[in-house]
Design a protein around this ligand. Sequence first.
Ligand SMILES: O=C(O)C(=O)C[C@]1(C(=O)O)C=C[C@@H](O)C=C1
Length: 105
Amino acid sequence: MNAQTHSASPSDHASEADETADTGNAEDIDDLRKEIDWLDAEILRLVKRRAEVSKTIGAARMAAGGPRIVYNREMDVLARYRDLGPEGRQLAMALLNLGRGRLGR
Ligand SMILES: O=C(O)C(=O)C[C@]1(C(=O)O)C=C[C@@H](O)C=C1
């Protein structure tokens, strides 16, 4: 939906176009916010699962006498998020820290 499909007259068109320029189409924003809410819920679910898997691996590795940290794996994780620049590094570090849980503190 956009200003053109809903205009009843040229003057309506002009005012809707102005509104769209200032604030965006209210319906579009509503839909996009719903998508963000859904994405955040999915991201949270996946982040929690990642931390759980990472802790399971870490516990098994250390129980077998292995190291607390596997640097080459951590480098691979950091590389995956490099696309996102400095924030990608922060994100990757946060994911790694979440996986370490109490073990890394
Ligand atoms: O791959 C492993 O061995 C893990 O323990 C997982 C993981 C990770 O969260 O990606 C966590 C800690 C390690 O230092 C490296 C990677």
